[in-house]
Write a protein that binds this ligand. Structure first.
Ligand code: FAD
Length: 388
């Protein structure tokens, strides 16, 4: 047997099918040509270029694992690989694709009426319409059931009042999936963002996930027709089903960020010389490289394993919690270690490592904090929920 490739030490990608490898290579090429050369600038600017959604749509990456309505109908594993390659560039890019495909589009695809699907999904798949997903509020984060946004009936219409906070793509969106309290419980609404009474305000001052737009949504007497509501789903089951999809993509994405940081550190340590030799020649550096390699490859294995489970229809949401908890915390450790290997250069936007480390602080928090996923695993193995 040959010496393992330092970039895929356990040959995880050797387990991929030809079709999966094609998806990986397609996204990797797009990343190398279009994303990697520009991401530092986007990060500094705190935005993404307007045309990017259509480019991602043309590649089939928006709602990629959904079927029909102009979506690519890929396997969960292929979708995961796309997330991995995007987040190897920046968590903000993967977030864009997650929010569009796994939160906004998935919500409409899973819970929407036929008319809602026809109206939005083909344009969203093409990147011609952008979606956002409004669950969190300033005072309702880990406990979304305490949300205060309300939808009341007025004749056959619905009228929404309240606000949402930390909403990715909020100011870019053409359509917002908004979750609100009703007399029956929490329900989801498809809200065109040009509806009178809807405003979005960008959140400034972020030190993390800067290559992504985050916003507050304010809904003041937003009047919607009777058919704006998701017809069947009531309760937190609706939004949680969407979050489970997006978290699955994060499991893969975090593996990509970990790989990118480990590789950046490996490359740098081989060329940087101190005390007359490459810093890679010092035992302390090699320990860091070994730890990063183990963590990055383990994350890739977990992602692929969950992908195979999902494709066979056997993935439980607590297993997604396992993956999110394990891979994001490992990726963050790898990013911080890689940052130290790069010394002073490591703190600049010229290199990727501190950008990844800063981004992963958001990834640790959104889509269920690290603590919430630990509690989810705790409840799964003990049978004793400890959330409240
Ligand atoms: P809190 O819930 O206030 O938690 C603060 C701390 O307390 C955490 O460490 C938490 O784990 C801990 N904690 C809370 N409850 C418990 C408990 N019972 N036991 C132990 N510890 C506990 N939301 C959306 O709806 N849509 C989006 O598109 C979106 N995009 C986001 C983008 C960014 C950049 C960020 C930062 C957030 C985004 N969010 C989005 C919001 C995100 O999902 C929330 O931040 C997250 O759910 C945590 O809520 P919180 O920030 O209010 O923290």
């Amino acid at each position: 047997s040959t010496t393992p490739d330092p970039r895929d030490f356990l040959d995880v990608d050797g387990q991929l099918t030809d079709e999966e490898r094609d998806v990986r290579d397609l996204v990797r090429r797009f990343a190398a040509d279009r994303l990697t050369p520009n991401v530092a600038q986007w990060y500094e600017d705190g935005s993404l270029p307007a045309g990017l959604a259509k480019e991602l749509g043309a590649l089939g990456l928006l709602g990629m694992h959904l079927t029909g309505y102009g979506c690519a109908g890929s396997s969960a594993t292929a979708y995961g690989l796309a997330c991995r390659e995007l987040e190897a560039v920046d968590s903000g890019l993967r977030s864009f694709v997650s929010v569009q495909g796994s939160l906004a589009m998935f919500a409409i695809h899973r819970w929407g009426s036929e008319e809602q699907k026809q109206a939005w999904l083909p344009r969203m798949a093409a990147g011609e319409a952008i979606g956002c997903f409004g669950l969190t509020e300033a005072d309702a984060g880990s406990d979304p059931g305490s949300m205060r946004t309300r939808a009341r009936r007025d004749g056959t219409d619905w009228v929404l009042d309240g606000s949402k906070m930390w909403i990715t793509n909020g100011t870019l969106a053409d359509v917002a999936v908004v979750w609100a309290q009703t007399e029956e419980g929490i329900r989801g609404f498809v809200v065109p963002t040009d509806t009178p009474g809807f405003t979005a305000n960008e959140v400034h001052g972020k030190l993390s996930l800067r290559a992504s737009v985050t916003a507050e949504l304010v809904l003041t007497g937003v009047r919607l027709p009777a058919d704006a509501v998701f017809p069947e789903v009531v309760g937190l089951r609706g939004p949680l089903s969407c979050l489970n999809e997006a978290r699955y993509g994060i499991v893969w994405g975090a593996a990509g960020a970990a790989r990118a940081c480990y590789q950046a550190a490996l490359e740098y340590s081989l060329s940087r010389e101190q005390f007359g030799k490459p810093i890679a020649a010092f035992q302390l550096t090699q320990r860091k490289l070994a730890d990063m390699l183990v963590a990055a490859d383990r994350a890739a294995l977990v992602a692929l394993h969950l992908g195979r489970l999902k494709d066979s229809g056997n993935l439980h949401h607590t297993q997604v919690s396992f993956g999110k908890l394990a891979n994001v915390s490992e990726a963050l450790t790898v990013a911080r270690t890689a940052r130290s290997v790069l010394g002073a250069n490591g703190i600049t936007v010229e290199y990727s490592v501190m950008r990844h480390a800063a981004n992963l602080e958001t990834v640790l928090t959104y889509e269920g904090t690290e603590e919430m996923h630990a509690l989810s695993l705790g409840a799964a193995v003990t049978g004793i929920p400890a959330f409240r």
